[in-house]
Ligand binder design. Sequence first.
Ligand SMILES: [Cu+2]
Length: 367
Amino acid sequence: MLSTVPLVLSLLLFLQTPVKAFFNEQGDLNGRYYKGSRYRTCETLLERREWRTLNDVEKADYINAVKCLQSHPALDPPITQAQTRFDEFQAYHSHIANAVHTVGQFLPWHRLYLKNYDSALRSECGYTGTAPYWDWTQDAEANSNNSISRSPVWDPLTGFGGDGVPGTYTLPTDFDDDSRINPPSFVGCVPDGPFANYTLRIGPGLLNTDHCLVRGFNESAAQHLTSAAIANATKQQSFELFRIEVEGQPLTSDHRMHDGGHIAIGGEMSNFFSSPGDPMFYLHHANIDRIWWTWQQAVPSRLYEIAGPSSTVEPIYNVTLEYPLLMGSLGPTLQIRDIMDIHAEPSCYTYIRKPLSVDWDAFLRHS
Ligand SMILES: [Cu+2]
């Protein structure tokens, strides 16, 4: 028995060696030391893919998972009108909107929000597919008029349904400027697709009334959704300039890709508070997150670069990597530093540009 003691000791010493090496490699970023265990590398990376590279079965799996979230009861929403888990995500965005836009935590907060939505689709609705993104440059640069409205993402059978129909929705009259509702954008109800019959309870704006999914496509926003628009952002040399160039108004005088995408879809999606009531919110923001990740990867020091004001009202601080990202009932509070590297725990996802070759196993499972 005694002879096992030195054996165990030498085994422990042996095991310590790679742990130390890991700490040296990962432990000092931006002059700060943190626990290596917090930044475990991922066992696998979930792959996020462009919507149109999914086959019809994969598209249906995603839509069905969103509809599942729209059928599960809310857990602990910050706005009592929220009835479903889908509403709960929308309600939390509305609740916290003033604190997470036009500030340094804008991109990190939305990165974690999307991750929690993806996790809910998987753990609560059994979704096993990709978290899709919408690369709107493929539509904005199409050689046709009405390039946004011609996108396959609006397909009524395989996509998210199309434009709102004029005259089918009447905005309530009792909203004030705080709701930031742009009436011309609320064209009408989406009559087709998988969400035509879903009753939204949060929004529009700060009103929380039962209503249909409202859209109002705006083709002129396509000019903010081109590769040139992306290049204008990704050429910025500091995070502070980059996040301003991505987010758009009111930080910039004209629209940019973030607000441009919101305005291109219009209706609920155009609203500062209630935009996640349109399921396309998550595909648009995944593309914004992908562009941020592209910018982060271009220069090593950008992986943990963060800056910007913490608030739009006093007291205002500079956002640091310790800044807490509040998620309420959607998930645990994490610090910005925890989500900067999407290839590390707890994020563990990546963005795929090209379509994958046919996965015959998946094909045979579904057929
Ligand atoms: Cu937002």
